[in-house]
Design a protein around this ligand. Structure first.
Ligand code: F3S
Length: 428
């Protein structure tokens, strides 16, 4: 690899032991990828030094302190080093438990205390504690072309496709090292030639609602897996929520990190621009039959029409979504046989508190929760057998993780299920 002067200085330890360990890890990582140099990154999103029950047990004999976990686990160091303030703009993504509603989520007090201590240690090192999978809804909006290093597949695909910023799907280790050094391998989606489309998808049915966009994303991800789809046809103009559901679904059924919507997303003003000099490896259509197959696949796991849990907010709900949910719930009461949990970020929750959305959801018998979600926190109401979900991503993960049935439908259908305790969803 070719290293610049500042990179060499870090590698030789002239910027301290932590940056040396971080640079050693990044060089090993870059060499494994075949990268020849680093790019400077100005925006890193990860879970630096974050404590989990497993890590707490694993490092118990070493004290399981913030520096222990950061050094031995994140930096793969064989010694505990002093972790200084971060070099570059750094934020903390979703965590394990809502600190205000931890009892609802069934968390143990000792775990809550460990998470709080870890969070304080991160904040002391200039890491912004956003605790969300939607950092772009909580004040972290990178600019077009900006080199980022982000974890969280739904955030990565939004960052690349909607904002036109550049990141690969990084891991905990590489993001923690990038926060300390401001460097990430110049590889994959940081490079122009790797951002061109591979598959052309002709959309032959109207794609308008959030549910439509989620199903289309799920279909596309399954088809292209980790490559780059270019979509044309009967696409309505997506808003932030539709982008969020489309990308999260495509990143779950496949591993889509970047997509192009012709005439809509920033790197695809035309089909020619989206493909550059390459030709599509395949052209596929998304019509009535494909839409119905996707709907059936997402509902394959739903059998019992009695619903005892409704989860909304995957990816974390925007303020607009919370306004809509609370408008539907105002003056109503959730079925005594059903639970409603809605997940969002702390930043959006603060605004929802001010606007009265939180109170309306609570008065109806639901909970507005932050920091985590049922899949990440592996938390569902006790006794849950059947869930209703409006997120294709959550349908992809939650039933398998928690051994429950799940229905997929629109947010409105999920709210109806919460109010009646029964699933009455229908195909679009
Ligand atoms: Fe976020 Fe959980 Fe979905 S962390 S993207 S709400 S699986």
């Amino acid at each position: 690899m070719t290293l610049t002067g500042d990179e060499q200085a870090m590698l030789e330890g002239r910027e301290g032991r932590a940056r040396q360990k971080a640079m050693e890890l990044l060089v090993r990582y870059a060499e494994a990828l075949g990268a020849e140099r680093f790019v400077d990154t100005t925006n890193v999103a990860g879970v630096p030094g974050s404590v989990t029950p497993f890590l707490q047990r694993y490092y118990r004999d070493r004290g399981a302190s913030y520096e222990t976990i950061f050094s031995l686990f994140d930096l793969d160091s064989d010694e505990v080093v002093e972790v200084p303030r971060m070099t570059t703009h750094a934020c903390h993504l979703q965590g394990g438990v809502d600190p205000e509603n931890w009892q609802t989520l069934g968390a143990k007090p000792e775990m809550l205390e460990a998470i709080r201590a870890s969070e304080r240690s991160a904040a002391d090192r200039d890491i912004r504690i956003l605790k969300t999978c939607t950092p772009y809804l909580a004040g972290n909006v990178p600019s077009r072309g900006e080199h980022c290093a982000w974890m969280e597949s739904s955030a990565v695909v939004y960052c690349n496709s909607v904002l036109g910023a550049r990141t690969n799907t990084e891991g905990r280790e590489s993001t923690s090292a990038a926060m300390l050094t401001g460097k990430i391998p110049d590889w994959g989606l940081h490079r122009d030639e790797n951002r061109l489309g591979s598959h052309r998808i002709e959309v032959e049915v109207d794609v308008q609602s959030v549910m439509d966009w989620g199903m289309l994303g799920y279909f596309v991800g399954e088809i292209v897996q980790e490559r780059i789809p270019v979509l044309t046809g009967r696409l309505g103009r997506p808003d932030l929520v539709r982008y969020k559901h489309f990308g999260a679904a495509a990143a779950s059924s496949g591993g889509v990190e970047l997509y192009h919507l012709v005439g809509i997303t920033p790197e695809a003003p035309t089909c020619e621009a989206a493909f550059g000099s390459t030709r599509p490896v395949e052209t596929l259509k998304y019509g009535e039959a494909e839409r119905r197959r996707t709907y059936d696949a997402l509902n394959a796991n739903g059998k019992d029409s009695h619903v005892d849990y409704v989860m909304l907010g995957c990816p974390h709900a925007s303020l607009e979504q919370l306004r809509e949910i609370s408008a539907w719930l105002e003056g109503k009461r959730i079925s005594a046989h059903c639970h409603l949990w809605v997940f969002t970020s702390r930043a959006v929750r603060a605004r929802a508190d001010q606007e009265g959305c939180t109170r309306i959801i609570r008065d109806a018998g639901g909970h507005l929760l932050t920091d985590t979600c049922s899949a990440i926190g592996q938390a569902i109401p006790p006794g849950t057998k059947v869930a209703a979900l409006d997120s294709a991503k959550q349908v992809h993960y939650l039933p398998a993780m928690m051994g429950i049935e799940a229905w997929f439908g629109s947010t409105r259908e999920c709210i109806d299920a919460a109010l009646t305790g029964r699933w009455n969803g229908t195909p679009p």
